[in-house]
Write a protein that binds this ligand. Sequence first.
Ligand SMILES: NC(=O)C1=CN([C@@H]2O[C@H](COP(=O)(O)OP(=O)(O)OC[C@H]3O[C@@H](n4cnc5c(N)ncnc54)[C@H](OP(=O)(O)O)[C@@H]3O)[C@@H](O)[C@H]2O)[C@@H](O)CC1
Ligand SMILES: Nc1ncnc2c1ncn2[C@@H]1O[C@H](COP(=O)(O)OP(=O)(O)O)[C@@H](O)[C@H]1O
Length: 285
Amino acid sequence: MMIPAEWGDWAPAQARDWIAVPGAHDDKYSRGVLGLLTGSADYPGAAVLGVEAALHSGVGMVRYLGPQRAADFVLARRPETVTAIGRVQAWLLGSGMDAAARDAPTSASLASALAEGLPTVIDAGALDLIGAATGPVVITPHARELAGVLGRVGITVSAEQIAEAPGEWAVRAAESLAVTVLLKGSVTHVASPLGVRLTVARATPWLATAGTGDVLGGVLGALVATHSDRIRADAGALASLAATASLIHGLAAHRVSAGGPFTALDLAGTVSQVVRDLATGNPEL
Ligand SMILES: NC(=O)C1=CN([C@@H]2O[C@H](COP(=O)(O)OP(=O)(O)OC[C@H]3O[C@@H](n4cnc5c(N)ncnc54)[C@H](OP(=O)(O)O)[C@@H]3O)[C@@H](O)[C@H]2O)[C@@H](O)CC1
Ligand SMILES: Nc1ncnc2c1ncn2[C@@H]1O[C@H](COP(=O)(O)OP(=O)(O)O)[C@@H](O)[C@H]1O
């Protein structure tokens, strides 16, 4: 296995360059629209968390196009969300889905989104569909999910082995799958097929609570939607955006935690404060 050449720790000064600040000529469409196919009858809450996080990250519009039960919860929490079908600049797929339990309409919707060639974040219950993507992809597995993804391409590894050497396995996955990999953990590792290797070490162990990964998906989805043109010109941008999303997530966690427990929904609500501090160059970050 290839040993990672050099890992660089991603810092707020670098993340600042990846916050899309709207200008006088922007409207909601020019800022970027994120489409979400997330949530399921079993996990409708993941849809709410992803939408909440995307809206707090600074995006022009969120189109939530998942199952009706989840859409009802999403709209009850966030009436800003649009549930009408329409054009998007990027997709977030799979959070709160179980690949083994996906129904035919959901699989068809995922296939259709993947065929559009748009920048796409693939999480959780859509990770089995990486090979169907036609655009630039970033995947957001934890160690157990990455073991499953690698198993599907004939690489046998356990979640425990991945947790022991996360950097090496993130690189192996990026090279084998030809996608950007954001491997979640106490330190997050981002590896791209082009050789970018970034770590983000700003998290807190209080993040080990249900739903925080769904929040990360929403943050990354928003960043990708607001940089869609740039990604299409240079797929390498996905690694910088993935590291920025993880950094925002970790900084928001510290802020909402202040040394104690917090909920995933409250984490999502804190993301906008961190994005503001990055955008305004707050030196305290
Ligand atoms: N609010 C929402 O809607 C949320 C929705 N979410 C969504 O859920 C989906 C699945 O995500 P995930 O990461 O949990 O799934 P996965 O990698 O299959 O892990 C399963 C493994 O866990 C283990 N296990 C289970 N219970 C255990 C126990 N008590 N103590 C110890 N082990 C236990 C279990 O082991 P087993 O019980 O089989 O022995 C198995 O190995 C995904 O779509 C995500 O987005 C989440 O984000 C949460 C918030
Ligand atoms: N011990 C830890 N220390 C720091 N961050 C953690 C720790 N455990 C989990 N995290 C972070 O919390 C998030 C959990 O995501 P995930 O496992 O997908 O949870 P869920 O499926 O419940 O949303 C990831 O961003 C991960 O990096």
